[in-house]
Design a protein around this ligand. Structure first.
Ligand code: Q46
Ligand code: ZN
Ligand code: ZN
Length: 319
């Protein structure tokens, strides 16, 4: 296949768009499309301060690179979750994020959960009921809380994440087969700010994962190739496989699944529903962040529980 723009050999064939592009034109196409999505979905303006949630992976680093190329003022935030036991995952991913920021002279904040709360995520997970099995529950809670707190405290206009279409379609698939209407109501490339919650947007939500990977590779971005060590066996990966099987038979299936959902939602298919977004938010009496709980937010309650369990766990290790 040849590049649709210049006729030389294409490096990527995007079957869902019937579009093959050479390296040069693909590296132009990604920022052009991103800018189009930013405008189409009214994500943010040129003069807004943007906080990028950076994991050290291909999606978030590519997104940061694209926003920088497009002339946006985007700073990065990396959260070290303490996933180092035997894998050095956090160490390596932090290095990728730092090297990326240093070489481009971009500003990156690093927050280590262990320095903040006294425990790494795997340790915390072992000490809480939320962490039965994999640590994703306590991990997700911590990431959401910290990202929101920093975005709000430091007056960022918007918090952006590198979620791609494969991520979004897999979440949508899971929510649909469970008819999780509350989650379906909330799933959107743009979540408006409200009562202490930062505005959140996903400028890459229409790109396939293979496109963000190709972009990172062709731009020479050094990103962490490994998945989080706890991702193995996650249901979302299984959903991604199922959707890729569909995509192989019917190019564009993933994109159409997600875009049709957005259109159906806009037309009122889900009605008012029972989304958490519609529930009243209060202020956590401990940390001041928004919560639907009566007094203390889930993040504070979880860490309280973890700290209260520590002595028993330490004793347990010695018996
Ligand atoms: S939630 Fe779970 Fe992810 Fe946290 S523990 Fe890893 S897989 S990083 S998106
Ligand atoms: Zn070309
Ligand atoms: Zn709290």
């Amino acid at each position: 296949m040849n590049c649709k723009k210049c006729g030389v050999k294409a490096v990527i064939n995007m079957r869902q768009h019937k579009l093959g592009l050479c390296k040069e034109h693909f590296l132009d196409w990604i920022p052009q499309q991103t800018q189009r999505f930013i405008e189409k979905y009214s994500m943010f303006a040129k003069d807004e301060r943007i906080l990028v949630a950076v994991s050290g992976g291909k999606d978030s680093l590519s997104l940061w690179d694209v926003l920088d190329r497009l002339g946006y003022h985007a700073d990065g935030l990396y959260i070290n979750l303490g996933f180092d036991n035997g894998t050095d995952y956090s160490l390596k991913s932090q290095q990728c994020a730092q090297t990326f920021a240093e070489t481009r002279k971009l500003s990156l904040q690093v927050v280590a959960i262990e320095a903040l709360e006294g425990f790494s995520i795997p340790e915390a997970s072992r000490l809480t009921l939320r962490g039965q099995g994999r640590p994703c529950s306590v991990c997700g809670l911590a990431k959401r809380h910290i990202l929101n707190r920093i975005a709000r405290e430091q007056d960022y206009g918007v918090l952006v994440t590198g979620h791609n279409l494969d991520d979004e379609a897999a979440v949508l698939f899971g929510n649909t087969i469970n008819w999780a209407t509350g989650y379906l109501m909330r799933q959107s490339p743009v979540l408006e700010a409200r009562s202490g919650l930062a505005r959140k947007v996903k400028p890459f939500f229409r790109f396939y994962e293979r496109e963000t990977a190709a972009y990172a590779l062709l731009r020479g971005i050094d990103y962490i190739h490994d998945e989080c060590p706890y991702a193995t066996g996650a249901t979302s990966l299984y959903y991604k496989e199922l959707l890729n099987t569909m995509e192989a038979k019917q190019p564009g299936a993933k994109l159409s699944f997600f875009l049709s959902f957005l259109r159906a939602k806009e037309s009122g298919f889900l009605g008012e529903g029972s989304s958490d977004d519609l529930r009243e938010l209060r202020v956590c009496q401990s940390c001041g962040q928004p919560t639907t709980a009566a007094d203390t937010c889930a993040y504070c309650r979880t860490w309280e529980q973890i700290r209260s369990r520590r002595p028993k766990a330490v004793e347990g290790r010695h018996t």
